[in-house]
Design a protein around this ligand. Structure first.
Ligand SMILES: Nc1ncnc2c1ncn2[C@@H]1O[C@H](COP(=O)(O)OP(=O)(O)O)[C@@H](O)[C@H]1O
Ligand SMILES: [Mg+2]
Length: 262
């Protein structure tokens, strides 16, 4: 058995001028798991994703992917290794049909090497490959949803498009930055099985979420950030039982109402 974590984050620190957005955050991500990251607004969650995936430079600290130091590597190089991310604020090419948004990452060296999500090393016609991926992510082909202009798609589809963009690279890891936010309860309910399926297919996931009830259904472990620092990590039950978490995260709200956990 290979015990080496797929991702190791060590003492990651990020300052913006005088603001310490992340302060010595360390954690391991194990292959095949879903790690939930929660924390109040401004606690550094998106900054952590940006640091891991090379979208911004760290002030201090190190990140290892399968034991290889990826600290300071360019974002496209990190994505090329299979470490992908979604954006909290979606960034589709709005003036293109949904499926053309995937054709672009399908031209990347990684997609050419791997064949995309279903390619088995061979990349077929890119239009067909992207429509297949979108369909698997819930874009109804019979209603021609994959062909709709990205600018006309509701949030639920744009979030799925973010996941599909990652899948087009055949990722090893997806860091999901609030893929449930802005979605209705029924949209979230239909997204949860997609996430579970990605895990079943061997993809390792980090899920940043505010929707705790849904997150705790899928997360194997949870880490809590507060003011840029790691407060605690553990199973959902352990984390929710922690007094510091209740105070930092929920204030006066009743934990069981937010999470379904007593
Ligand atoms: N590019 C930036 N320049 C300056 N400050 C930033 C920048 N990005 C994030 N911050 C600050 O870092 C802190 C953490 O932000 P962020 O990582 O977006 O939090 P979260 O995703 O948990 O809501 C906040 O105080 C935010 O204002
Ligand atoms: Mg954020």
């Amino acid at each position: 058995m290979n015990d080496q974590p797929i991702l190791q984050v060590q003492d990651v620190t990020k300052t913006f001028g005088g603001i310490m957005a992340l302060n010595r955050v360390s954690f391991d991500l194990h292959e095949g798991e879903i790690l939930g990251i929660i924390g109040p607004n401004g606690s550094g969650k998106t900054t952590l994703v940006n640091c891991i995936t090379g979208f911004i430079n760290l002030t201090r600290g190190k990140v290892f992917f399968r034991g290889k130091n990826i600290t300071g590597k360019a974002a496209h190089k990190i994505a090329d290794m299979g470490v992908t991310r979604t954006f909290q604020i979606m960034r589709p090419y709005y003036s293109l049909p949904a499926y053309k948004n995937l054709v672009i990452p399908l031209f990347s060296p990684r997609a050419k090497r791997t064949g995309g999500w279903r390619g088995g090393g061979k990349l077929g016609d890119r239009n067909t490959v992207s429509i297949d991926i979108l369909e698997e992510m819930g874009f109804e082909r019979e209603s021609f949803v994959p062909y709709k202009m990205a600018s006309t798609l509701p949030t639920g589809y744009l979030k799925r498009l973010e996941l599909a963009r990652c899948l087009s690279l055949r990722p090893e890891i997806i860091l999901c930055d609030e893929v449930f936010s802005g979605l209705s309860m029924s949209e979230i309910a239909s997204m949860v099985p997609l996430i579970e399926r990605l895990q079943m297919e061997g993809i390792t996931l980090i899920m940043i979420e505010h929707r705790l009830r849904e997150l705790f259904r899928v997360a194997n472990r949870v880490m809590v950030l507060n003011f840029g620092e790691k407060l605690i990590e553990g199973t959902p039950v352990e984390v929710m039982a922690d007094e510091k978490v209740k105070e930092a995260y929920f204030g006066s709200e009743k934990v069981e109402e937010v999470t379904g956990y007593a």
